[in-house]
Design a protein around this ligand. Structure first.
Ligand SMILES: Nc1ncnc2c1ncn2[C@@H]1O[C@H](COP(=O)(O)OP(=O)(O)OP(=O)(O)O)[C@@H](O)[C@H]1O
Ligand SMILES: Cc1ncc(CO)c(N)n1
Length: 267
């Protein structure tokens, strides 16, 4: 069985972060492992408190895994502060980690800063060692410093972010209200990843789920373009099967049987 590591924050209500990552990996038939960078106190209404994990403990978790287990892909989500980001980058380089997917988590849907603003420069260095980076529109705006209002701007942002050194860039369009099209930049060309917009409030953890799905598909040896397309199918189905559990933004449905029944192109 392929083994995928998520390095991210814990979400107490289970919709995003480590919990969403592990649910996605199980649904896609890979073995999920975790390095926790922060514990967030979170529910469907928002993020209320955060305890960052000491960088030495983050480093120690990473060493425990790589010293013992062959890791087929790594997904990185919430990384909280510069010291944690630097520790992760240095160790992944030391261990020659492959198939690194960076979801550059900066701000939660509810508006809570999950990355200290001064850590953005360090985050760019982490992006430089990634196979693929998957910013949403606000994150792409923070990384590039310009406003993104249409697909041309998404392409311009992809070009700018590509100069930071990742092999591929996926700009996610979930924050635009008319469609759910994403733009993939291969370093040579743009590929439009079309998406149909689903009208629901229950979209907690969409970014975490998409990046974990990409890491899971890469781990299986699927090429990057196909991995992104299969993961887009997975996220669309998970949003279609999302549901309400509290008073706010509910989680996605990681139900592989509904995914298979939907007859989406997935092996
Ligand atoms: N309402 C929706 N209908 C269909 N697809 C959506 C919808 N919202 C988001 N998506 C898709 O979900 C994926 C994740 O994109 P999104 O922009 O929501 O990520 P995100 O903001 O990083 O998520 P989060 O920070 O909540 O984890 C993208 O492929 C996007 O197009
Ligand atoms: C722990 C965690 N990671 C990522 C997100 C996505 O915004 C979130 N809400 N919580």
């Amino acid at each position: 069985m392929k083994k995928v590591l998520t390095i991210a924050g814990s979400d107490s209500c289970g919709g995003a972060g480590i919990q969403a990552d592990l649910k996605t990996m199980s649904a896609l038939g890979v073995y999920g492992m975790s390095v926790i960078t922060a514990v967030t106190c979170q529910n469907t209404k928002g993020v209320f408190d955060v305890q960052e994990i000491n960088k030495n403990i983050v480093g120690s978790q990473i060493r425990c895994i790589f010293d013992d287990i062959k890791v087929d892909a790594v997904k990185i989500g919430m990384v909280s502060n510069s010291e944690i980001v630097k520790t992760i980058r240095e160790l992944l380089l030391d261990y020659k980690a492959k198939n690194i997917v960076v979801d550059p988590v900066i701000i939660s849907k509810s508006g809570y800063f999950l990355l200290k603003p001064e850590a953005v420069e360090e985050l760019k260095k982490l992006i430089s060692i990634s196979h693929i980076v998957t910013p949403n529109i606000p994150e792409a705006e923070s990384l590039t410093g310009f406003k993104i209002e249409d697909e041309e701007h998404m392409k311009k942002a992809a070009l700018e972010i590509s100069k930071m050194g990742p092999k591929w860039v996926l700009i996610k369009g979930g924050h635009r209200c008319n469609d759910a099209n994403d733009i993939l930049y291969t370093g040579q060309k743009f590929i439009k990843i079309p998406g149909k917009r689903i009208e629901t409030v229950n979209t907690h953890g969409t970014g975490c789920t998409l990046s974990s799905a990409i890491a899971s598909h890469l781990a299986k040896g699927i090429d990057i373009e196909e991995s992104v397309k299969k993961s887009k199918n997975y996220i669309t189905n998970a949003i279609e099967n999302s549901f309400s559990i509290g008073h706010g933004v509910g989680p996605l449905g990681h139900f592989i049987e509904l995914y298979n029944k939907a007859n989406v192109d997935y092996k």
